[in-house]
Design a protein around this ligand. Structure first.
Ligand code: DGI
Ligand code: FE
Ligand code: FE
Ligand code: FE
Length: 188
């Protein structure tokens, strides 16, 4: 699928604010792909589709998670805001006929991250965090780090997210921890 076609589909599904965020992620992902020698087309398409399931109903998302053997049902024990990533990848595969495994994986892991992320996984994960519309505390430091090192920037984004969650007594998904552990060792 071409990115223009994906953009039309996404525009028809997402509310305007989320669509604007999506375009920011596309821009950031294409920029990171250029900088770190990633696949610009795959980065753009994965970014365009990454939040497609963001507003699916809880019932529909749970049905997908239970039905698909490639999604651990453990996800249902964690915060609802994590579900859309895996569910979006399934939607892209089943409803949009996206067959590219790299793109589907980058969509699937864009919220938690995981151990041993691929280049494309990291690009989409980081682009979601640093896109121009984001204003989390510490995002400018991550943007600056992303000029030099993809791994260091992902590690910092994960660190910020974990600190944010701890401060709110929210559960941390194991894959968030695995991603963080993996990248702090690799960047030591
Ligand atoms: O979908 P977006 O808002 O663009 O961003 P996202 O897919 O990264 O989802 C962000 C939300 O997910 C944000 O509120 C932080 C939360 N999050 C990320 N990792 C974890 C987490 N929430 C919990 N409870 N546990 C995690 O490990
Ligand atoms: Fe998301
Ligand atoms: Fe399942
Ligand atoms: Fe997003």
């Amino acid at each position: 699928m071409k990115i223009e076609e994906a953009q039309k589909i996404v525009k028809g599904i997402l509310p305007a604010k989320r669509f604007d965020h999506t375009l920011g992620v596309v821009e950031a992902a294409q920029g990171l792909a250029k900088r770190f020698n990633g696949d610009i087309d795959k980065a753009g398409l994965a970014a365009m589709l990454h939040d497609i399931a963001k507003y699916f109903s809880k019932t529909k998302m749970a049905e997908t998670i239970r039905r698909r053997n490639d999604i651990a049902d453990e996800l249902l024990q964690y915060h609802l805001s994590l579900w859309h990533a895996s569910v979006g990848a399934v939607y892209a595969e089943e409803e949009l006929n996206i067959t590219d495994h790299d793109i589907l994986e980058a969509m699937k892991w864009h919220t938690t991250g995981k151990k041993d992320m691929t280049l494309l996984d990291k690009i989409v994960f980081l682009a979601d965090y640093i896109e121009p519309g984001r204003n989390f505390p510490g995002v400018d430091e991550v943007r600056a780090t992303a000029e030099k090192s993809l791994d260091l920037a992902c590690a910092k984004a994960l660190e910020n997210t974990i600190v944010f969650l701890v401060a709110r007594r929210q559960q941390i998904h194991p894959d968030t921890i695995y991603a963080y552990n993996d990248l702090i060792e690799k960047t030591r």
